[in-house]
Design a protein around this ligand. Structure first.
Ligand code: SF4
Length: 183
């Protein structure tokens, strides 16, 4: 099974607690006004990778990390493949997984296909981005209406307080990449 992705970075300090390897899924139809990742919206954009190839990159021994972050785009719009990726991460590592989603927790719980991903997820930061609501840096939310949901006991809410909000990377083509919830 393949997953359409926008980008992968390793060694991120601004996508959750500690050092994290991050994948942005490609494709999102939610159209939150003010979204700062519009280049991830086109479901035909980005590139397709097998679940195994993506997992190999996220868990590369050359890029040790404290956790995996899955962002987008909207990860749950590829929920079947997402579930397979999560299961593979959890089979091959003990790393915690944080997922950013534009859907509410209630929506994810009530959808048969999305709820299948939740047993493999440690933390959700979810709900649509609203540029009119200030960020909540105590909960690592880019707008204060979003929810921080702990689905395992790996983290406490304190772990999400006052984290770095943004960072800059140079990709392998020399392009500057801006990352984080409020760069
Ligand atoms: S869910 Fe995320 S990627 Fe999709 S429009 Fe909203 S902020 Fe943008």
């Amino acid at each position: 099974m393949k997953i359409r992705i926008h980008k992968i970075i390793t060694g991120s300090c601004a996508n959750g607690p500690g050092i994290r390897n991050v994948v942005w899924f490609q494709g999102c139809t939610l159209s939150c006004p003010g979204c700062f990742n519009p280049q991830t919206h086109d479901p035909k954009g980005g590139r397709a990778l097998s679940v195994k190839a993506l997992c190999d990159q996220l868990l590369s021994p050359e890029a040790p990390c404290d956790g995996i972050t899955i962002s987008g785009g909207e990860p749950f719009q590829q929920a079947e493949a997402l579930q397979k990726l999560l299961a593979e991460i959890k089979t091959r590592s003990a790393l915690p997984v944080l997922i950013f989603s534009g859907y509410t927790y209630d929506h994810l719980k009530s959808s048969a296909v999305c709820s299948g991903c939740l047993p493999f997820t440690d933390v959700l930061i979810c709900g649509s981005y609203d540029r009119n609501i200030p960020p909540d840096h105590d909960r690592f939310c880019s707008s204060g209406n979003q929810e921080l949901v702990l689905l395992s006991d790996y983290y406490t809410k304190k772990d999400f307080k006052n984290l770095p909000l943004g960072e800059y990377f140079l990709d392998n083509q020399g392009k500057i990449i801006i990352s984080g919830i409020n760069p």
